[in-house]
Design a protein around this ligand. Structure first.
Ligand code: PEP
Ligand code: MN
Length: 337
């Protein structure tokens, strides 16, 4: 961190500032130039608030050199993090495609979709049991019964499962029933939830909030990592822009930017980004071409009858078609499926 001091500040003032800064556990080195002085703060500055340092007498401005998400930062961990499930590794050369219904609606519905997506090549089954719906009158999910069906269908089909947690009071059920806990876009900055998830060793898929920057996404990941849980997957799922032709705008550039900034694997959810089934294919192909480590796709055996997000759900047959095209794009960028 660099502290730029106001012009013509006295040497005594600089010495006093350095003494005060040293008490914060860092090593301040003052460099006096022509009329202006800067103080370089060496050591671990992640605990320091630049805004507060900016209020110290004589300080002109503060420049943060290292990001505050030191655990998520690729500079502190150059090699890619691998998130390991039984028989599935996320973040390696083989892409992981997760698929399944937006909501678990019944055990039969989940099972039918699980068989379809597994036959096409999916290696992770998705299904929401606690649904964060905009309207309280919309289907809210089967809740604990939904989690139980996920566990049973996972065991019967040999597919790991992912489901979204909406409140920390359900954590014990999630720990028992799912292989990956999803933190939805609406919960990305529920910091108390993130802190509790950081204390577990369950893989967490953290979705980007639709109005959040990538730096904010990485700070949220940092909450989980700081608690001791290194198994974090990031997920770009579209952000809100002025465009109304799509449900959200898939931020394709988020993929290479995140891959550069962090060692954590990056998934893309093309279903919630586009909001229409016909957009899932082009967005999926683009995401894989841009370096995504995996996709999360909504699939329903009968989309018109889906209790949530039918318009953006593929049928198992459409999903199988997409899979064949994904294989070709993955191969073109040196990945396999
Ligand atoms: C979901 O995956 O069903 C979901 C609600 O996603 P998001 O949090 O991205 O809106
Ligand atoms: Mn959905």
């Amino acid at each position: 961190m660099l502290i730029i001091l106001k012009e013509n500040i006295t040497k005594a003032h600089v010495d006093q500032l350095c003494q005060d800064l040293a008490k914060l556990g860092v090593n301040p080195q003052a460099i006096a130039g022509e009329g202006s002085t800067i103080i370089v703060l060496l050591g671990d500055t992640s605990q320091l608030e630049p805004e507060r340092l900016g209020l110290l007498p004589g300080v002109e401005r503060v420049i943060q050199v290292r990001e505050r998400y030191k655990l998520a930062d690729r500079r502190s961990h150059p090699q890619d993090t691998l998130v390991e499930l039984v028989d599935v590794v996320i973040g390696g050369s083989q892409l992981v495609i997760g698929a399944g219904p937006c909501s678990v609606e019944s055990k039969e519905q989940l099972n039918t979709t699980a068989q379809g997506v597994k036959a096409a090549g999916a290696r992770l089954l998705r299904g929401g049991a606690f649904k964060p719906r905009t309207s309280p009158y919309s289907f809210q999910g089967l809740e604990r019964d939904g989690l139980r069906y996920l566990k049973e269908v996972a065991a019967e089909n040999g597919l790991p499962v992912i489901s979204e947690i909406t409140d920390i009071t359900y954590l014990d059920d999630f720990l028992v029933c799912v292989d990956v806990i999803q933190v939805g876009a609406r919960s990305m900055q529920n910091f108390e939830l993130l802190k509790e998830l950081g204390k577990t060793d369950k893989p967490i898929l953290l979705k980007r909030g639709f109005a959040n920057t990538l730096a904010e996404l990485l700070m949220s990941a940092e909450y989980i990592l700081k608690g001791g849980n290194s198994q974090v997957i990031l997920c770009e799922r579209g952000i809100r822009t002025f465009e109304t032709a799509t449900r959200n705008t898939l931020d394709i550039s988020a993929i290479p930017v995140l891959k550069r900034l962090t060692h954590l694997p990056v998934f893309v959810d093309p279903s919630h980004a586009g909001g229409s089934a016909w957009l899932v294919e082009p967005l999926s192909l683009a995401a894989v071409a841009a370096g995504a480590d995996g996709l999360l796709i909504e699939v329903h055996h009968n989309p018109p009858a889906a209790l949530s997000d039918g318009a953006q759900s593929l049928t198992p047959a459409q999903f199988a078609d997409l899979f064949a095209k994904l294989r070709a794009v993955a191969a073109a960028v040196g990945r396999s499926l």
